[in-house]
Ligand binder design. Structure first.
Ligand code: MGD
Ligand code: SF4
Length: 745
């Protein structure tokens, strides 16, 4: 319909271009800002505690402001185990989020002027009253469950509280079904425990780290990258399985350039070698394992020769690497990875990785995986949440091992809302740029058009804001309080986020927005405080500290109470699986009609003239959220298309030539991308960094820079265990002529 056209041209105009030209070192410091700080040495600086929101590792840091209240730099907190005092370039560049002059500045309401849809500026009062009336209206007409929350990051938790108080548990985030979900299912079924974040991998003490398509270093999570570099210094063997020579692969002793989509075959064959050669950890398997005999029978035929035909990895290499893993065991890590939604059998691939860890005895052993622990932050008192009639679990298809809301099922249920017993009629989107993070963009847009109301809370005029009825500007993490960070780690710790500066423009924190809406819809008793500071103070007191203390120290580490980090020799231990054992054979899977042990199934290969679209992370960026950041766009402002020299020769491509991409369904990239010719990618695939190719003109630095991988992902394969979206089964051909030329006026 034309009801909700994407509003590209801002009623407010486009801000001036950034002039900052900062350059950041790889691990943390910003030389230009440092120089500025030195020059102003006489000035007095104040530091405020925070934890980073540029990615979701949540490193604790210090925000420095000068006498004029200007943010000068952000550094890592020395006492924080997430960062050990050093931030990554993105964390240091977080100041760019605050300074970005393209930021959302005031609430916006969709309106039609002279037949054209546009936004008009509104006061908070007006915008919040409008939103409150929609909350009430949806509840009366359909029930609160029909209002869905799609969220990511810190704002999400504030709105989750609002939605639960309102009576809706129709909540989902792309960090589950488009990211980590399958590994939580695969490891959960095997060890009875989620991997979670931070991953409990004891990288610093490992003797052998195996990365399956996990590109630590480019996929920049702070402490694991530091630990990996220590492990390399200490002589650990690194084995990387990746069709691309990633940075991690370039630091590896063994790079296995696997044919994309065949990892399960390699994993099964590694199991075969460990078992047939008697190299598995017999003591561990006997003491803690269940179903080893079935596994042994299952992998008997999966020889390295069998796997070679599928993966293109030489049998000798498969044998040699299996022996290296066994020699280092139990200090061997088959890393669970992070973004693991690839081919639709991802939970089973994660199961295979978990089983390998089980065979090597690494779960619960030094240099393998530690038993993580976190601190439970007490809930600030509020009345009980009402019980929704239905929620994320009831909508769409049923996935027996799903543990969180599935965004793509919310999309489906929204599109079908008139023919559906669980109609979804309104969304709040907070901190997630759905059109750039969910595949099959036309479905997301179709769902948006089926909505009666869409409110978006963001800091930036990202693509998703263009579809909103109301846009609310949140202030950045440097300008607000948020919930206490309590993450799993070797030792429990807490960190606080204190506003370092006042909110710029007319922006407000999510906790405030949530409370304002709550009060307008009769939920005041759920927001029994004037300022979120009171909530944190109350919680910190319960934890034996205070806001005053935490403002000074930022991070507080606690002693473990759940027992040692690792198993003692021969110790009895109950895993959290139904059997209390490490389940090589999964009865839970068998009972639901799934393969109880992983099986290799072939995935489609690129047709003639097409290449598999492979994508990953840039160390300077997080998804689409940082591309417009003035500091980080200075470091990397567009992505390139990695192409093998053989392909470049066949197609006659030159270095940095601009090309367009067309996928198997005829979708053509909106913008061109420059070619990077490199041996680091296999000839059957091309590669690009995710997050680029923005098409909202309000993002003055990011607009039109590079290509969006999401735009070209129109085929997905759904994981039948937990509903994850396999994104890597898309193929592109390379166009050297501008396909949009004739369409341009
Ligand atoms: P971003 O695209 O970075 O990530 O998906 P998203 O969570 O959608 O969008 C984040 C949004 O949050 C931006 O609009 C940003 O401006 C806004 N934002 C940033 N800070 C704040 C804040 O403090 N408050 C508010 N209110 N908003 C804020 C990530 C998801 O994408 C994930 S986790 C993964 S692993 C997947 N990765 C991935 C991929 O690699 N390739 C493809 N094709 N798709 C993917 N989708 C998934
Ligand atoms: Fe911030 Fe980098 Fe830490 Fe992520 S890894 S939280 S971006 S400093």
């Amino acid at each position: 319909t034309s009801r909700r056209k994407f509003i590209k041209i801002s009623a407010l105009g486009i801000g001036g271009l950034a002039t900052s030209a900062s350059a950041l070192n790889l691990m943390g410091m910003n030389p230009l800002l440092d120089a500025a700080v030195k020059k102003n040495i006489a000035k007095k600086f104040t530091r405020s505690a925070t934890y980073c929101e540029v990615c979701f590792w949540k490193c604790a840091g210090w925000v420095y402001t000068d006498e004029e209240g200007k943010v000068t730099k952000i550094t890592g907190n020395e006492d924080d185990t997430h960062c050990n005092g050093r931030l990554c370039p993105r964390g240091t560049g977080g100041v760019g989020m605050y300074n970005d002059e393209d930021r959302l500045k005031t609430p916006l309401i969709r309106t039609t002027i002279g037949g054209e849809e546009t936004f008009r500026e509104a006061s908070w009062e007006e915008a919040l009253d409008l939103i409150a009336s929609k909350f009430k209206g949806i509840k009366e007409k359909y029930g609160p469950e029909s209002f869905a929350l799609l969220k990511h990051g810190s704002p999400g938790s504030h709105f989750e509280h609002l939605f639960k108080a309102y009576g809706s548990d129709t909540i989902a985030e792309p960090a589950y079904a488009q990211c980590r979900g399958p590994r939580e299912t695969g490891f959960g079924l095997t060890f009875g425990s989620w991997v979670g974040s931070p991953e409990p991998a004891d990288i610093r003490d490992t003797k052998c780290l195996v990365l399956i398509g996990s590109h630590l270093g480019e996929n920049m999570h702070n402490s694991p990258v530091q630990e990996m570099s220590d492990a390399i210094d200490n002589g650990a063997t690194i084995i990387t399985v990746d069709p691309r020579l990633s940075t991690a692969a370039s630091k590896s002793n063994h790079w296995l350039a696997i044919k994309p989509g065949t990892d399960i075959a390699l994993l099964l064959s590694w199991m075969h070698v460990l078992i047939e050669e008697g190299l598995y950890n017999k003591k561990y398997v006997e003491k803690y394992g269940l179903g080893f005999d079935q596994l042994k029978a299952h992998v008997r035929t999966y020889t390295p020769e069998w796997a070679y035909g599928i993966t293109t990895i030489e049998p000798d290499v498969i044998r040699k690497t299996a022996r290296v893993m066994a020699a280092a065991a139990p200090s061997t890590i088959i890393h669970p990875g992070r973004h693991v939604t690839w081919y639709g059998d991802d939970s089973q691939r994660a199961r295979a990785m978990a089983i390998l860890n089980g065979l090597l005895g690494s779960w619960g052993n030094r240099g393998g995986f530690y038993f993580k622990e976190s601190l439970k932050v007490p809930t600030y008192p509020h009345p009980e949440y009402p019980k929704p009639k239905w929620g994320w679990e009831e909508i769409g298809e049923k996935y027996p091992f799903a543990q969180m809301g599935i965004t793509t099922e919310v999309i489906k249920a929204t599109i079908e809302n008139d023919h559906n017993e669980h109609p979804i009629k309104a969304w709040m989107v907070a901190g997630t740029n759905l059109t750039q993070s969910l595949p099959q963009q036309e479905k997301t847009i179709k769902a948006i058009n089926a909505l009666e109301f869409l409110v978006v809370v963001d800091t930036m005029p990202m693509e998703i804001t263009g579809y909103a009825d109301v846009v609310l500007p949140e202030c950045t993490y440097l300008e607000r309080y948020d919930g206490i960070r309590s993450a799993t780690n070797r030792n429990p710790s807490i960190a606080v986020r204190i506003p370092a500066v006042k909110p710029k423009y007319n922006s407000k924190p999510a906790w405030w927005i949530s409370k304002q809406i709550g009060e307008r819809i009769g939920l005041s008793e759920y927001f029994d405080y004037n300022d979120f500071e009171e909530v944190i103070e109350w919680q910190l007191n319960k934890l034996g500290t205070s806001l005053e203390e935490m403002k000074k120290i930022g991070v507080k580490n606690f002693e473990r109470t759940s027992g040692p980090l690792f198993l003692k020799d021969g110790q009895d231990y109950q895993f959290w699986t139904p059997s209390g054992k490490v389940e090589f054979y999964s009865q839970q899977l068998a009972d639901k009609g799934f393969d109880p042990m992983p099986v290799y199934t072939p995935h489609p290969q690129p047709p003639q003239g097409y290449y598999r679209l492979n994508y990953g992370r840039s160390p300077m960026h997080t998804f689409s959220r940082t591309i417009n950041n003035p500091n980080l766009s200075d470091l990397k402002d567009e992505n390139t298309l990695w192409v093998n020299p053989k392909v470049a020769r066949i197609l006659g491509l030159k270095k940095y030539q601009e090309v367009w991409l067309k996928n198997q369904d005829g979708i053509v990239s909106s913008f061109p991308i420059k070619v990077r010719i490199t041996e680091r990618i296999r000839w059957d695939s091309v590669y690009m960094y995710h997050g680029f190719g923005h098409n909202n003109k309000k993002l003055s630095r990011a607009y039109g820079k590079g290509v969006s991988d999401t735009e070209l992902i129109s085929q997905t394969v759904i994981d039948p265990l937990m509903g994850g979206t396999g994104l890597r089964g898309n193929f592109v051909s390379i166009l050297t002529e501008n396909p949009h030329k004739n369409l341009e006026i």
